[in-house]
Ligand binder design. Sequence first.
Ligand code: SAM
Length: 277
Amino acid sequence: MNAACLYIVATPIGNLSDISERAVQILKEVDLIAVEDTRHSGKLLQHIGVSTPMLALHEHNEDKKVQQLIEKLSLGKSIALISDAGTPLISDPGYQLVKAALSADIKVSPVPGPSALVTALSASGLPSDSFIFEGFLPNKSTSRLKKLESLVDESRTLIFYEAPHRIVACLQDMQEVFGAERKAVIARELTKTFETIKNESLENLITWIEADTNQQRGEFVLLIQGKEKEASTVDKEAEFILETLMQELPLKQASQLAAKITGIKKNTLYQIGLNKK
Ligand code: SAM
């Protein structure tokens, strides 16, 4: 075990078998484990046979505890940070600690594992090449709507965490902003007994979840398909010119020439050419 290292260790989001071998080994070998809740993490540590001492680090004492942890690290101790579930710092405490450790020239090493957002995205059927994660939306509907409105033109897949008591209201706000037809996914209780992944229009998702209160229980990731880019259209003649030039020239030159002939922007023609390839 390297001394004076802060390990950021991901833990399961439901299914305890998802802990990695390396995570178990590091949690056994470090001098101390910083946890969000000693009772909650105590159960996981007992399950995997780890008896390393714990120290509570949560959002209400993070400032105070960070200093203590940095002092221990500076004395050469190794510390692991875990949260109640998934990857620390992802809608969980730890950012202050990582920042302070780096400023004190202490090594920070990640031990990767589950995170609900990536787990949900991987099975959602929504585009995964480009996405944004917004964490939890504001509790109050007015602020939530405002936040959602700022995302209305976003073309990347949008990912949110949501609590069960707000799930219906949140979906209704999403429908108001993104429209009834926008595709969305409810990813509920991932890796657990009642895991449900439902991919539908926002309107159908609301009908479905309202009809079955059991579907309103547990932990949720909500994903919204990004806004579809409007396809540029040009008249048939311009398209014919572009296509003819593309048979003889690389797309860049073909769209430049077609732009000169037709007066249409070369970027528009380039995009159309890309779709034709
Ligand atoms: N650090 C965690 C991670 O890496 O995903 C997230 C912690 S955040 C406080 C907890 C939220 O994550 C839940 O309210 C829920 O939105 C989401 N979440 C966590 N576990 C989940 C699961 N098994 N299924 C669906 N969502 C989950």
